[in-house]
Write a protein that binds this ligand. Structure first.
Ligand code: CDP
Ligand code: MG
Length: 743
């Protein structure tokens, strides 16, 4: 909406752009020469062949491929025909040949570990096979996914294959979005949602089969599910459990599940030639873009998949690729650029599955979402930057951060494998063979060993599991992590001093969010502002993209944002004002455009708020409200959940966390980032580590509130203010700058 439509280009401009493209190429030593049909790697983007695998895209394969591409994009076929095509496609999947054997194995074993290459049909086909032979008559067939995107897209695909409306017989359930009905017999859900379902149905009584899919991902929730489901299998003889995984760790799963049988689906995979850079890449984003363009210009047909770490990188690469290809004219085939990341709107996610039209090439820019959870057909070239974002948690400081980390060798193998599904392919690794050998860990550390467990511990406590140190974890978390979680829950009042769940804790567990947030909501009752705390909670849960900030209108956007900050109360109150005004505008999209607010995030926030509303009813919490008149009441309620996250302005002009004296910074996107006089005390929503440790979403507090709210956690002496006067921000900044550049 904000992007101005480009004027049609003149011939001269098009020519100029081509010149620029070449000039850029020249400047960088003709790394990509449009006229050359040779694939020239120079300097640092030179790949050395790993020599282990040979490659050959012979002409037959290529011709076949073009034929297929042509037929799949021919006129929209009649519905009947489309159905037949889908049925045919199902039969061509590797898993189809093993349908009978698989069903026999399920009949013979209560717990079955299924191992198969990504794309062999585990997720979409196995639940359908079980349904076809009648398991769904005994109860629903559930299938968990670590990622929301995968749960949604797989359910959509299966509903299409079964020719039913999504949300009826086939549905999905993800946090804040339930797309199922009482008729649902095939249910895809995130692992976190199944964990929640345990609270209401600890024996999974409504299911006949539960498939824990993508088990190799070893997410925190999947790992906890293992323990719970192993127990269910013991006292429910009639339930079937399937643990399915890409080709990793099969034995470990089998051993954990009391030597469960392993069912192997032999894949059809082709050789993938692996190429490394000769020298480390200084800028892998640039290297990836260059490699995409070189591949596009010089290589035979076949789509490209690039692995980046997250949305920002993907958007940057998307922009550069558009920029660099738009001047190429008709001599170069069309390059269709498809981003894919978790928060991408679902209608745009669907684009990656559309067949590539003949003559064009698709390049998918993805995160590790595309490693094993989504299968995109037609990929022949993989470009692997070698990094992913990984959550890490320091139980001592309580800092959780999402850090760009080198992937593991196992992940590298999965990524490369994506190139060899339909014919031999190529994987360009934007790191050296030496780095692969020496700098990548063999396997990724399971999430349970590097994450904050507070939420999960609260859930386990609600399930009546008291002795967490002896819970049957596949890989137990460090005891320190568990102790820290117990301490936090105790401080929040969810557990008593014997570690038992309190009444408050039980109510907190009803809310599908962090215990801190549910505590804020529940404390809202005391301050008469439950309506406000659920709005803030919904806005915080809707994602980080509430405000829209187009580069060419940054000043307008910043002004619009600062308007919401008037009246004080920092970021949380600003979010509350955004939601309130949007509600007053009758949820107007126009209002969103005018105020540089993302309409999509607002709609999501509204949905989430509705759900919080229902949950409040369930725990009999009255929806009290103070509106926007009592800023302090709202701040205190939020602080009552987040009192762990406090920082104090030190004499150096920097903020230090109150408890651990960690240096932290106000995130530039905060409405307080440009205050003239910075508040002495802050409460923050979370710490995010990017270039520095940033506090995201902050609001000013009075230290005496902490004594009022968390007397068991804070002592008066920690909250004394050594300095008498507020320091003007300019001074504070100068001091910070000086600290940044020690002479
Ligand atoms: O789970 P696994 O990796 O073994 O395979 P799958 O996800 O069941 O995918 C099997 C096939 O279904 C893929 O090759 C795709 O052709 C197709 N599929 C699709 O078209 N759209 C989806 N959202 C998911 C799968
Ligand atoms: Mg799968």
């Amino acid at each position: 909406r904000y992007r101005e439509e480009a004027e049609p280009k003149t011939e001269q401009e098009i020519w100029d752009e081509r010149q620029t493209f070449r000039a850029v190429g020249k400047k960088k030593k003709s790394r990509y020469d449009v006229d050359s049909s040779e694939y020239v790697f120079e300097d640092h983007v030179e790949f050395v062949k790993s020599a282990m695998l040979s490659k050959g895209v012979d002409d037959d394969v290529r011709r076949d491929d073009e034929k297929n591409a042509a037929s799949s994009s021919s006129k929209p076929a009649a519905a009947v025909e489309a159905k037949e095509v889908l049925a045919e496609t199902r039969k061509r999947l590797p898993v189809f040949a093993y349908r009978t054997e698989f069903l026999e194995a399920v009949a013979d074993n209560q717990v079955l570990v299924v191992i198969g290459e990504t794309g062999s049909g585990k997720t979409t086909q196995l639940p359908q096979y079980l349904h076809e032979v009648g398991y769904s008559k005994l109860g629903a067939i559930g299938c968990t996914q670590p990622r929301r995107v995968a749960a949604m897209s797989v359910a959509a695909r299966v509903s299409k294959e079964m020719d039913v409306v999504l949300g009826r017989e086939v549905g999905y359930s993800i946090r804040f979005e339930d797309c199922t009905s009482k008729d649902t017999i095939l249910k895809y859900m995130t692992d976190g949602m199944l964990l929640r379902e345990f609270l209401g149905e600890p024996d999974l009584g409504s299911y006949s089969v539960m498939m824990i899919d993508e088990a190799h991902e070893r997410t925190l929730h999947t790992d906890v599910l293992f323990g719970l489901i192993k127990d269910v299998a013991r006292f429910r003889e009639d339930i079937k459990i399937i643990i399915s995984s890409a080709t990793m760790n099969a034995d470990a799963f089998s051993t954990y599940f009391d030597d469960a049988a392993i069912f192997n689906i032999p894949g059809r995979t082709y050789d993938v030639e692996i190429l490394y850079t000769k020298a480390p890449e200084a800028d892998y984003l640039d290297a990836a873009v260059v490699t995409v363009l070189q591949t596009h210009i010089t290589q035979p047909p076949g789509d490209i998949l690039v692995f980046f770490t997250g949305q920002e990188e993907i958007e940057a690469a998307d922009e550069i690729l558009h920029e660099r290809t738009k001047g190429l004219g008709s001599r170069i085939k069309e390059l269709i650029i498809c981003p894919i990341y978790a928060s991408l709107p679902s209608e745009m996610q669907a684009k990656i599955f559309e067949p590539t039209p003949p003559g064009a090439r698709k390049v998918v820019l993805g995160t590790n979402i595309a490693e094993t959870s989504l299968t995109i057909d037609g990929i022949c070239f993989v470009i692997d930057a070698g990094f992913c974002k990984q959550k890490t948690y320091n139980p001592r400081s309580g800092v959780e951060s999402l850090i760009v980390t080198p992937i593991s060798q196992a992940q590298a193998a999965q990524r490369a494998g994506r190139a060899g599904r339909t014919r031999p392919g190529t994987c360009f690794r934007l790191y050296t063979a030496w780095a692969y050998q020496h700098e990548l860990e063999e396997n990724t550390v399971p999430e349970i060993q590097r994450t904050n467990m507070t939420s999960v511990v609260l859930m386990l406590k609600s399930l009546g599991i008291h002795d967490l140190l002896h819970f049957d974890f596949m890989d137990p978390p460090p005891a320190e992590m568990l102790v820290r979680a117990l301490e936090q829950l105790y401080a929040l009042g969810a557990l008593n001093d014997r570690g038992e769940l309190t009444k408050l804790g039980r109510r907190m567990a009803e809310f599908p969010c962090d215990p801190q947030l549910s505590k804020s909501i529940l404390v809202g009752d005391k301050y008469g502002c439950v309506a406000e705390t659920i709005t803030i909670g919904a806005m915080l849960s809707a994602g980080n993209a509430v405000f829209h900030r187009p580069k060419d209108r940054a000043v307008h956007a910043d002004n619009a944002r600062m308007n919401f900050a008037r009246g004080g109360g920092g970021d949380h109150l600003a979010l509350l004002r955004v939601f309130t005004e949007w509600t007053d505008s009758d949820y107007s999209t126009q209002w969103c455009y005018e105020n540089y607010v993302q309409a999509r995030s607002m709609m999501r926030a509204r949905d989430i708020r509705d759900q919080f509303n229902l949950l409040c009813e369930r725990v009999e919490l009255e929806l009290s409200t103070v509106g926007l008149s009592d800023v302090q009441a709202v701040q205190k309620a939020v602080c009552a959940g987040y009192f762990y996250n406090t920082a104090k302005l030190a004499s150096s002009g920097e903020y230090k966390t109150v408890k651990h004296h960690h240096t932290v910074f106000v995130h530039p996107s905060s409405v307080l980032a440009n205050e003239d006089v910075m508040p002495r005390w802050l409460c923050f929503h979370e710490l995010a580590f990017t270039t520095k440790e940033y506090m995201r979403h902050v609001f000013p507090i009075e230290p005496q509130w902490l004594i009022e709210i968390a007397p068991h956690y804070y002592q008066q002496k920690e909250l004394v203010d050594a300095r008498k006067h507020k320091m003007p921000k300019s001074q504070g900044l100068a001091a910070a700058a000086a600290a940044d550049n020690p002479r």
